[in-house]
Design a protein around this ligand. Structure first.
Ligand code: BGC
Length: 757
């Protein structure tokens, strides 16, 4: 690595300013006289979209493997698989001359209608964080950088470039930031991409709190921050906030603005130097990875197939699956011919090849007679003839396989979905075919939860195939015939209706603002808390075998917050075929001073088991597994008391629980202030001690004023206390008249002084 400080010392102001703005749509500005090369970035996140001409924003790109998108891979809950996918992505990036891959995206699925959910992992920050860490590790282990995006609170496509996410600190810290935090603190992505939107009124690209205080000072981020494409509005403010590289370029006016701001003394040159330093570190780091060798397209295609098979989720199965070979199979639905394997927008990959689901099915179906009909049109029209044809085909067969993909006009980057439904035609098709042929299996391709109440009862089985990547067609066949045993589990809840979803009444916002009114209660946290029935719960997924769980045990029943504990249990494959089980660990806080979700995912393991085999799963739970972000203290707090550790096969299929007691080691300062109520003073140990003399005096005065004796008096006192407890101490003291040693406000100040020291 060259001497970065020496280079900075030789750079002119215009060269520094230019380095902080892209030269093209995908490259940074080189400084040839100082041998500073360009950095080449490309989308991301589930394949390498390397456009041949860096100046072009066009969709056309060089061929690369399209892996399943994040909403699919998240359902694998498989850290190792994500790591392998990352290594393959890096190999392709290297082959295609790409230094940094623009992904992964770890935004939370606040609402299932977000058009870009297919690019995001989960509604759960822990799961998203774990998988992002693995993917980043995989990519960066090969000398290719990542761009963790979109930081932060970018949870809808509707007005995505301007909307202000109005979200409180606790919700940000517990829900919207932890996946970023995990990825940054544990995997150090080379770059972080800020989002388009505003957070509490401030554009992410200009948010110093977000880009500097949290990202760098708190989490220790060492790379550079890049803007989402065109997310910068005030270049100088963005630099001051900690945004290093503006993309895309060229933008000569932006470069000039930076030069002018330094010349006028509005921007310290040291601030610019710091951005330059961060960019140069990555530019030279990337240059250490030699580019250009080819990649093994066939083995990556095979890996894409394995990932797809391990990510699809068998949602329902009355026993029809796995299918036996042979017989008459009616394949219905155009998605069997034209695989729907990725989403629209910036992540669109030019796949090296694409498995045709129908052909892959035929390869595994033995001597089965297979018929095909399209079933539904490409557009939103209604074509009853297609349904009639499908019904006839289904009736003439032993089994009907309906391949139904949610069309891109309903789901894509750039806009949100209007509802959770398939198209009207698709629903009518499924209803008609399942009525005619009870042995019907629905295979879905979509990027986010869909509602199924109108048709699911008629289907014998439902396989969620997601946006399955280029080899997904083969993966579907593998699962249908039991070549692979389904093992995916939902990383997001499937609600019954849109109106049930936690953000329903606070979406898409008004007047440029969307209020995150549901707070921390998104996804299963919200459904659980409101005891809302769902179609399929978070963590749900079926297998062709069965698993039994032993009772869980813990390393210590009583433990200190800083030590955490380990929960262990056995999982046994009690069925006849090999399979993989995703065992999930949730934590429930039995009593807390804030409203907490009934349970939160804090650990999981995916175990592969032969029939009859047992494995022990041991999952460590650290301080954060028990903590919440205390809005008053502005820090993570694990409150002393009892917690239940719940072990389950899904968030709704709990197999065991163990109760533990946490001992807090935190020395928390008192939160008492000038307007604290009597009850707050009495609940605060230091406050109570300070107040005690006056309190006794007040109680005596009150007793005298009530006047009566015995039981009656005690009852009256208790009743009075209920009211008095809610009164600010300072106001209460006003009533004590002359008996007080000082004026109430001064007295409270004095007490506060004693308490806070
Ligand atoms: C998207 C990013 C993407 C960038 C470059 C933006 O519109 O939000 O995710 O990386 O374009 O294509």
């Amino acid at each position: 690595m060259p001497q970065i400080e020496a280079i900075i010392a030789q750079m002119t102001l215009p060269e520094k300013a230019a380095l902080c703005t892209g030269a093209t749509a995908w490259t940074t500005t080189p400084v040839e006289r100082l041998a500073v090369p360009e950095l080449f970035v490309a989308d991301g996140p589930h394949g390498v979209r390397r456009v041949p001409d860096a100046a072009s924003m066009a969709i056309g790109a060089l061929p690369a493997t399209c892996f399943p998108t994040a909403s699919a891979t998240a359902c694998s809950w498989d850290r190792t698989l994500l790591q392998r996918m990352g290594q393959a992505l890096a190999a392709e990036a290297i082959a295609l001359g790409v230094d940094v891959l623009l992904g992964p995206g770890v935004n939370m699925k606040r609402t299932p209608v977000c058009g870009r959910n297919f690019e995001y992992f989960s509604e759960d920050p822990y799961l998203a964080g774990e998988l992002a860490v693995s993917l980043i590790d995989g990519i960066q282990s090969r000398g290719v950088g990542t761009s963790l995006k979109h930081y932060a609170a970018n949870n809808q496509e509707e007005q995505r470039m301007t909307i202000s996410a109005e979200v409180d600190q606790r919700t940000l810290r517990e829900i919207y930031l932890p996946a970023f935090e995990a990825a940054v603190t544990r995997a150090q992505p080379w770059t972080v991409m800020c989002s388009y939107n505003r957070i509490n009124g401030v554009y992410a690209s200009e948010d110093r709190w977000l880009l500097t205080d949290i990202l760098r000072d708190e989490w220790g981020f060492e790379g550079f921050v890049v803007s989402d494409w065109t997310a910068v509005h005030d270049r100088v403010a963005a630099l001051q906030a900690g945004l290093d590289l503006e993309m895309p370029g060229p933008r000569p006016r932006r470069v000039q603005a930076v030069i002018d701001a330094v010349a006028l003394g509005e921007l310290a040159e040291a601030t610019l130097d710091e951005a330059v330093r961060r960019i140069l570190r990555i530019v030279f780091r990337a240059a250490e990875t030699p580019k250009g060798a080819g990649f093994d397209a066939a083995s990556h295609h095979a890996l894409a197939r394995q990932i797809a098979a391990d990510s699809m989720v068998l949602l329902k199965n009355d026993g029809i699956l796995p299918l036996a070979q042979g017989g008459r199979i009616a394949v219905i639905g155009r998605a069997a011919r034209q695989a729907h394997f990725q989403g629209g927008g910036s992540s669109h990959i030019n796949a090296t090849r694409v498995d045709v689901p129908l052909d892959e099915l035929a390869l595994l179906a033995g001597d089965a007679q297979i018929t095909f009909c399209a079933g539904y049109p490409e557009d939103d029209s209604s074509q009853p003839a297609l349904i009639a044809e499908a019904v006839a085909a289904a009736q003439a067969a032993d089994v009907a396989l309906l391949y139904v993909a949610l069309p891109t006009f309903k789901e894509s980057e750039g806009y949100d979905r209007a509802d959770l439904e398939l198209t009207r035609h698709q629903v009518a098709l499924i209803q008609a075919v399942t009525a005619a042929q009870p042995r019907s299996v629905v295979i879905l391709n979509n990027g986010s939860a869909i509602a199924m109440s109108d048709w699911i009862d008629g289907a014998a089985a439902v396989l969620e195939g997601w946006m399955m990547g280029q080899a997904g067609g083969g993966a579907i066949a593998d699962l249908l015939f039991g070549v692979v045993n389904p093992s995916g589990k939902l990383a997001e809840t499937f609600p019954l209706r849109l109106a049930d979803t936690p953000a329903y009444l606070n979406y898409p916002g008004e007047g440029g603002k969307v209020r995150y009114g549901e707070g921390v209660f998104i996804g299963y946290r919200g459904y659980d808390a409101r005891e809302q029935p769902v179609l399929f719960p978070f963590g749900h997924g079926l297998s062709y075998t069965t698993f039994q769980y032993s009772a869980p045990r813990v390393s210590s029943q009583t433990f200190r917050d800083v030590d955490g504990l380990v929960v262990a249990f056995e999982v046994t494959n009690t069925g006849a075929v090999a399979g993989q089980e995703i065992a999930q660990v949730y934590v429930h806080d039995c009593a807390a001073s804030v409203q907490r979700p009934p349970k939160e995912l804090k650990g999981f393991a995916k175990v592969a088991l032969q029939p009859g085999e047992t494995q022990t799963v041991a999952i460590p739970l650290d301080f954060r597994a028990f903590a919440f972000f205390h809005p008053g203290y502005g820090r993570w707090v694990a409150e002393a008391g009892e917690f239940n550790i719940l072990v389950g096969a899904s968030s709704a299929d709990l197999r065991g629980a163990v109760r533990v007691t946490l001992q807090s080691t935190a020395a928390l300062p008192s939160l008492l202030g000038p307007m604290s109520t009597l009850s707050e003073w009495l609940e605060d140990p230091a406050g109570r001690a300070a107040l005690e003399p006056i309190y006794q005096q007040a109680m005596a005065a009150m007793a005298a004023s009530v006047g009566s004796d015995g039981e009656e008096r005690a009852a009256e006192e208790a009743a009075a206390m209920v009211f008095l407890a809610q009164v600010p101490l300072v106001d209460l003291l006003e009533f004590m008249g002359d008996g007080l040693p000082a004026a109430p406000a001064a007295l409270v100040q004095g007490l506060l002084h004693q308490v806070h020291g």
